[in-house]
Design a protein. Structure first.
Length: 385
């Protein structure tokens, strides 16, 4: 096992009725800004619960944060928050709203020329306005980590950042808030969480059996509970299990002491930036091809994954790996997530554009072994056509 430092200060309040607990988590004299997305929280009762919990407080709101939150929109929120002297932000939504809020609270305290530098130049975040979250869409794990991914519409760029200062102070996880989600968003969430785990698990062994078993437990639970949630989003137990899986997939616990990959995410972000393809679907496109391309260096973990998660234990190593790949692809497809670029009407021109972008940015050394270069990205995407 590799050396590691683990830090996660997020307080989780899990279960039905927990939104009322907001009143105990936010200072009474705070000037609160509520951030949210397209307005579904005002139709499903979540907004009303939040406002009841904050009754008597100074509260304003900022809505319209997009899926794949846009820098241009978020800067409007920053301007509003500064003019209203906001000192606590409450994100009510899924990963995009929470990611966007992380950027808002960091940009509010940014002292450089342009807050975009946090993303494009990786300028460190040294302080941020405190914030909490009410999760309404399980998927990204953003409710219990410090990472964020932001898109700039003007340049069609999508970059990430993270900081010890952008952990939520608390997160409310009430499975009932997700009862009215569309099937597409639930499917995306299952695949997103599943791929988050694989990015931290399908690398190479470092004798970390606990981390492996924890990762496998999340994968198996997603495999079992995901279809149940899609069939009946109001199955409280299934939704609760799915919600906690998505949080556990990316709260830092399974990544300690082990190598991690993230090349699939890095490449997939470009497909979202250029074509607006749902984040989870870009992962389902890139991951199978990347695994095939890096088969030799990932062989030991692929065989382990196949046996422990999919029950693939017969045949030659090559046959077992192929059966494992097919099982993974079939799982994504069973959730109505297509796994080829052609399914999204994306072709060779986009591959050339991504290669050009990576060359201009000097992208190199992706993956857990730092051995994926731009020419490898081109081959991986070509295999995804």
């Amino acid at each position: 096992m590799n050396n590691f430092t683990f830090y996660n200060p997020v307080k989780i309040l899990f279960g039905k009725g927990q939104i009322a607990a907001i009143a105990n988590e936010i200072p009474e004299d705070a000037r609160v800004l509520i951030t949210y997305g397209g307005g579904s929280i005002k139709k499903n009762g979540v907004y009303e619960q939040v406002m009841n919990a904050l009754k008597g407080r100074s509260v304003t709101e900022f809505g319209g944060i997009e899926p794949n939150p846009q820098y241009e929109t978020l800067m409007k929120a920053v301007s509003q928050a500064k003019s209203e002297q906001i000192d606590f932000v409450l994100a009510v939504g899924g990963g995009s709203v929470i990611d966007g809020t992380k950027f808002i609270v960091a940009a509010m305290e940014f002292e450089g020329e342009e807050p975009w530098d946090i993303l494009s130049k990786k300028t460190p975040v040294t302080k941020a306005v405190p914030f909490g979250t009410v999760l309404t869409l399980p998927a990204t794990g953003s409710e219990m980590n410090s990472g964020s991914v932001i898109t700039r519409a003007e340049t069609k760029e999508k970059f990430s950042f993270g900081s010890p200062y952008t952990f939520p102070k608390f997160s409310i996880l009430d499975p009932e808030t997700a009862f009215t989600l569309p099937q597409r968003q639930i499917s995306n969430g299952v695949v997103d969480a599943f791929t988050h785990v694989l990015e931290q698990y399908l690398t190479y062994p470092v004798n970390a059996p606990l981390q492996d078993r924890m990762a496998e437990a999340i994968l198996i639970t997603l495999k079992e509970e995901g279809p149940k949630v899609i069939q009946n989003p109001q199955d409280y137990d299934a939704m609760a299990n799915f919600m906690w899986c998505a949080t556990m997939a990316l709260n830092g616990v399974i990544r300690v002491g082990v190598p991690t990959d993230w090349a699939t995410h890095y490449i997939g972000h470009e497909l979202t930036a250029l074509h607006g393809i749902d984040h989870a679907r870009t992962l389902a496109i890139v991951l199978p091809s990347l695994l095939r391309y890096k088969l030799e260096s990932k062989k030991e973990k692929l065989l382990q994954y196949g046996e422990r998660v999919w029950g693939v234990d017969a045949g030659t190593e090559d046959e077992r790996i192929e059966a494992t790949m097919q099982a993974t692809i079939a799982f994504f497809e069973s959730l109505d997530i297509k796994t080829k670029l052609r399914d999204y009407e994306v072709g060779q021109d986009t591959i050339k554009e991504i290669v050009k972008r990576f060359e201009e940015r000097g992208v190199k050394n992706l993956g857990e072994r730092a051995d994926i270069q731009v020419q490898d990205v081109e081959q991986i995407l070509t295999m995804s056509l």
